[in-house]
Write a protein that binds this ligand. Structure first.
Ligand SMILES: Cc1cc2nc3c(=O)[nH]c(=O)nc-3n(C[C@H](O)[C@H](O)[C@H](O)COP(=O)(O)OP(=O)(O)OC[C@H]3O[C@@H](n4cnc5c(N)ncnc54)[C@H](O)[C@@H]3O)c2cc1C
Length: 342
């Protein structure tokens, strides 16, 4: 039984399916962060000219994983798009050239500093291109996956008090399963089994903007991302807010994103929508994966921060192998790192 159908729950459900196991998914349809994410897959950290933690490994696992879902569900979900990293000062050039020569990063960063003009994009110091990246259409993925689950999907807010832990299984109302995996994103803070874990959460506000003059053939990265969705619609964001954990959008959030957009582009656009969501970020910036200390049947898959697209497939595989093949989880992601050592 999987609770939550964001990127975590979906990846785990798919891993079970690939391994010939059956799955029942319960999702509250509370808005999660996966459906509103830009869906950008990019294993580099462009602010620091570096690779993200396990970036190459996650990238290698995630793309074939989503491609196989695309094929099975007959739905286009991945779109390869270069990311144009807009330099903010001339000093960025040297850092970019050094980084693009580093092992691992060389596959992703095109070493050329480019100065060609793209209509409406402000690049006074030029830009560099990140290759082998793009967007996963997370909203379509979740909707299509949900439909394909059919009767194995149930829309309901999970009631923790109704969970019974039996000797060889767990029972939730009329459903019996061998294991339960909680994939609730930031809503985990209300889960009595796992709320002790340091899921901090980071609010992000985004704007959906429409412009007929902006190219849809690239993702722009300046102080924020601007990514093409469809029909002249672009995703722009996001803010990082640590204190406010509400899903309310604010005027300050909107103004902040608008200022960043104006730093990057100079074409007319209209604002279509403003959305806020909470990234499931963790104190030590690593995922939260593992089994509850009181029951070998209760598990967690969470803490993907701002990188759910690339992280979820391999983290799901780690958890699957831990549950069904008795393999050890990588120490960095195992929730046991937050348990008191005696
Ligand atoms: C503004 C923003 C932009 C982002 N952009 C990117 C990006 O470009 N690339 C990237 O890789 N990542 C991005 N992320 C991060 C990404 O969204 C997350 O890492 C990922 O989506 C987390 O997935 P999840 O399945 O753990 O959680 P969620 O997507 O939040 O899913 C949790 C699900 O569980 C359900 N649920 C919760 N509690 C219950 C309950 N009690 N009972 C039943 N169901 C329940 C919810 O309804 C929801 O469907 C972004 C995040 C934000 C906020």
């Amino acid at each position: 039984m999987v609770i939550g159908l964001g990127l975590a729950g979906l990846s785990f459900a798919e891993t079970l399916r690939l391994e010939g196991k059956s799955v029942h998914v319960i999702d509250s349809k509370k808005s999660g962060s996966s459906a509103i994410a830009a869906g950008i897959y990019n294993p580099t950290v462009l602010k620091r000219f570096n690779l993200s933690w396990n970036g190459v490994k996650f990238h290698e696992t995630a793309l074939p994983f989503y491609q196989s879902i695309e094929k099975r569900l007959n739905q286009n979900l991945l779109r390869r798009l270069p990311i144009h990293k807009i330099f903010s000062e001339a000093a960025d050039h040297n850092q970019w050239i050094v980084a693009s020569d580093r092992e691992g990063l060389d596959f992703f960063l095109d070493s050329k500093i480019k100065h060609d003009q793209h209509q409406g994009i402000k690049t006074p110091y030029g830009y560099g291109t990140v290759k082998h990246c793009g967007r996963l259409d997370t909203a379509t993925l979740i909707e299509t996956y949900k439909s394909a689950l059919g009767n194995d999907y149930q829309q309901e807010n999970f009631d923790y008090h109704a969970l019974e832990i039996l000797d060889n299984s767990i029972r939730y109302k009329s459903i019996e399963a061998s294991h339960i995996v909680f994939c609730e994103g930031y809503a985990m803070v209300d889960n009595p089994f796992f709320s002790y874990l340091p899921l901090i959460g980071s609010k992000g506000q985004i704007l959906l903007i429409r412009s007929s003059q902006l190219s849809s053939k690239m993702i722009l990265k300046g102080p924020i991302f601007i990514a093409p969705l469809h029909d002249d619609l672009f995703w722009a964001g996001a803010s990082f807010e640590q204190q406010d954990k509400s899903l309310q959008t604010t005027e300050e959030g909107k103004d902040w994103v608008l200022r960043k957009i104006h730093q990057m582009i100079e074409v007319p656009f209209t604002v279509e929508e403003q959305i806020a969501q909470i990234r499931p970020t963790v104190k030590d910036r690593r995922p939260l994966v593992g089994t509850h200390s009181s029951s070998r049947r209760i598990h967690l898959l969470n803490g993907f921060g701002s990188r759910g697209v690339l992280t979820a497939p391999l983290a799901s595989r780690w958890l699957f192998n831990a549950i069904f093949k008795n393999e050890s989880l990588p120490d960095e992601v195992n929730i046991s790192r937050f348990e008191k050592k005696v």
